[in-house]
Design a protein. Structure first.
Length: 355
């Protein structure tokens, strides 16, 4: 009697979907809670609960409703399997989207977990690639399923490809160029997320925050977001200052003309100071030279390289060198000149100047 009641309406399909929805939520909840706290597996399992459970419920309900439709109104050639497959594809895509959101939530922690052997920059680069692949997978799944539902043939795809080529010829060059340039950035890796770059031709600079298919987002030194089309990076030179192995410091300073006999001793002490300085890279060129006779001073130059590539450490070293240069000059009894101007009032001028 129970079968006679259910089978005409095929209620076992929506009830089965409801049961499967509840079981999937419970299973993901239990297994997820047993995973290590803050782990990637725990995050993915728990974030999948809603999409997986809802998909099971909607697939059962949608398939059942499709079977109730009048064939004269909507003709489903495969007894509603088309609806089921479409809903499953949407559910899979939805789950992948939620996974991508979860990966973005704790970017650095998850990257450290799944790619522990790589350095920080390479780890974040590959992590960004994984997120991009998830996005591509979502688009590919939905596009394939839509084409399957529409019964798109190879001939139609070829025709669409012809129209696509014509669209490129009439105005989509920029979109295609930017997307291909974005792909080139991932393959060649002239810079990655976190690098500080400069584009001299366009007077742009900033820290790379995101590399998308069509543009790259920079954060300028004054914290303004800058969106740069990817085609710029393949057509103009880019300076990646993050790839510097050592920061070079070039400090210009001067002494008075009266201090010319002291220059040799000043240079010698500064050279010894560089040789003993713990923050100066001894493997790189370092020098102190007398460079010329200025308009009102004797000009000198100090060259050194910091041990680190970090700009903040280079600034610290530069400050220390400037202070030490002043101490050395003062210790030798020399002085650093500064521009002066003498103003003669009319009553102070000689008769020859007033005539």
């Amino acid at each position: 009697m129970l079968n006679d009641f259910f089978l005409p309406l095929q209620l076992q399909i929506p009830l089965g979907g409801l049961l499967l929805s509840m079981l999937s939520w419970l299973l993901l909840e239990v297994v997820g809670r047993r995973c290590r706290p803050r782990s990637l597996l725990r995050g993915l399992l728990l974030t999948s609960r809603l999409s997986v459970a809802a998909t099971c419920l909607l697939v059962g309900l949608g398939w059942w409703l499709a079977l109730q439709l009048d064939p004269l109104v909507v003709n489903l050639e495969r007894d509603g399997h088309e609806v089921r497959e479409l809903l499953v594809a949407i559910g899979v895509a939805w789950t992948l989207v939620r996974w991508r959101q979860e990966l973005q939530r704790d970017r650095e922690g998850y990257a450290q977990e799944i790619l522990p052997r790589l350095n920080e920059k390479d780890r974040l680069f590959l992590y960004d690639v994984i997120q991009k692949l998830l996005t591509i997978s979502v688009g590919a799944i939905l596009a394939y399923e839509v084409m399957q539902q529409l019964g798109v043939s190879a001939a139609v795809l070829i025709t669409a490809g012809g129209f696509g080529a014509a669209a490129v010829g009439f105005g989509a060059q920029g979109v295609v160029s930017n997307s291909l340039s974005g792909l080139s950035l991932y393959v060649n890796r002239p810079f990655i997320v976190g690098d500080f770059i400069e584009i001299p031709a366009h007077q742009l600079m900033g820290t790379v925050e995101q590399i998308s298919w069509f543009y790259t987002q920079l954060r300028s030194p004054d914290r303004q977001p800058v969106y740069v089309p990817n085609i710029i990076f393949t057509s103009t030179p880019v300076v990646n200052t993050a790839a510097i192995d050592n920061r070079r410091l070039l400090i210009q300073f001067s002494v008075s003309y009266d201090d010319r006999p002291l220059i040799t001793a000043i240079v010698a002490e500064l050279e010894q100071m560089l040789a003993d300085h713990p923050m100066v890279d001894q493997a790189k060129l370092q020098a102190v030279h007398f460079t010329g006779y200025g308009a009102s001073s004797l000009d000198l130059r100090l060259l050194a390289h910091a041990c680190s590539s970090e700009i903040t450490e280079a600034w610290t070293l530069q400050q220390d060198l400037l202070l030490r240069i002043g101490d050395v000059v003062e210790r030798h009894g020399a002085s650093m000149p500064f521009p002066t101007r003498t103003l003669l009032l009319p009553h102070q001028l000689s008769p020859a100047h007033t005539s």
